[in-house]
Design a protein around this ligand. Structure first.
Ligand SMILES: NC(=O)c1ccc[n+]([C@@H]2O[C@H](COP(=O)([O-])OP(=O)(O)OC[C@H]3O[C@@H](n4cnc5c(N)ncnc54)[C@H](O)[C@@H]3O)[C@@H](O)[C@H]2O)c1
Length: 263
């Protein structure tokens, strides 16, 4: 691998953690395939990377459609001839607030499971043949501290039961896939952020800032560090897991949470 350019696909790259990850990987020298359903914001991110001299293609795609997931993997391979890394970041708790199990319909359930878990499965399935052929690959899947039953802060995570289930599913998926593909030089890890406040105007930051000051304080007091994380703090962890030096780290759950999950 040394000396060769590396290629990464980042889903959810238009905003928030995905955007920060794309910007950081561009600085590291990755050739990028950026994926999001928000085409306008995605093009802005790509523009700033291209203006700084980075190589980037934009794939406007819905990760909940198998054909579109296969499409962005094919586009990356066609453009760069290899896929070294995949960050499955697109996801979330969906648009609807549901706090009790009897408020959840099957359609609500399917949406949040498909957005987080099925999309991750499809994207891994789409890139692994290329990674296996190269005998090299790095995959990071986006879980959450919610996966361990510690709910997201009240007021920021909508469909918490389904969301926790999907993010826990991503952990089991990551553990098993890491074993299945280890012999091909592919690592698969999961990151588990707590509350991450990304750029102004980003989804979770907006929800957090809409809370009363006392509500915000109550949430931050749940953190041993008394603060939320920044998107670039997650991006930095992903950058490390994509590095050559991280080649013996696989199947790991990495909390990025200021010690929130400890104990
Ligand atoms: N922000 C947090 O506090 C936090 C904490 C733990 C885990 N996470 C996870 O991190 C990931 C990113 O969160 P964020 O806060 O940066 O969110 P965000 O809403 O700021 O960004 C998510 C991006 O994904 C895109 N996206 C959503 N659905 C899509 C779809 N069907 N197809 C393609 N693109 C789609 C959105 O357009 C957006 O650009 C999510 O998986 C989320 O569950 C976030």
């Amino acid at each position: 691998m040394s000396g060769e350019r590396r290629t990464a696909i980042v889903t959810g790259a238009a905003n928030g953690i995905g955007r920060a990850t794309a910007l950081r990987l561009a600085k590291t020298g990755f050739d990028l395939c950026l994926v999001d359903k928000d085409g306008e914001a995605l093009r802005q991110v790509a523009k700033s990377i291209a203006e700084a001299g980075g190589s980037v293609i934009v794939e406007m795609a819905d990760v909940m459609q198998r054909s579109e997931v296969e499409g962005f993997a094919e586009a990356a391979l066609k453009k760069y001839g290899r896929i070294d890394a995949l960050a499955n970041i697109a996801g979330g708790a969906g648009p609807k607030s549901m706090h009790q199990i009897d408020e959840i319909s099957d359609a609500d359930w399917d949406l949040v499971i498909n957005l987080n878990l099925r999309s991750t499965y499809w994207a891994c399935q789409a890139v692994i043949p290329a990674m296996r052929a190269q005998s090299h690959g790095r995959i990071v899947n986006m879980s959450s501290t919610a996966a361990h039953g510690r709910i997201g802060p009240v007021g920021t995570a909508g469909a918490r039961l389904v969301y926790a289930t999907a993010k826990a599913g991503i952990l089991g998926f990551t553990h098993q896939l890491a074993k299945d593909v280890a012999e091909f030089g592919i690592t698969v890890n999961a990151v588990l952020p707590w509350l991450i406040l990304s750029e102004p105007g980003s989804r979770i930051r907006n929800r957090f800032e809409a809370l009363e000051p006392a509500g915000r304080e109550q949430i931050l007091n749940l953190s041993p560090m008394h603060r939320a994380g920044e998107a670039d703090e997650v991006a930095a962890a992903i950058e490390f897991l994509f590095s050559e030096q991280a080649g013996y780290i696989s199947g790991v759950e990495l909390p990025i949470d200021g010690a929130y999950l400890v104990g």
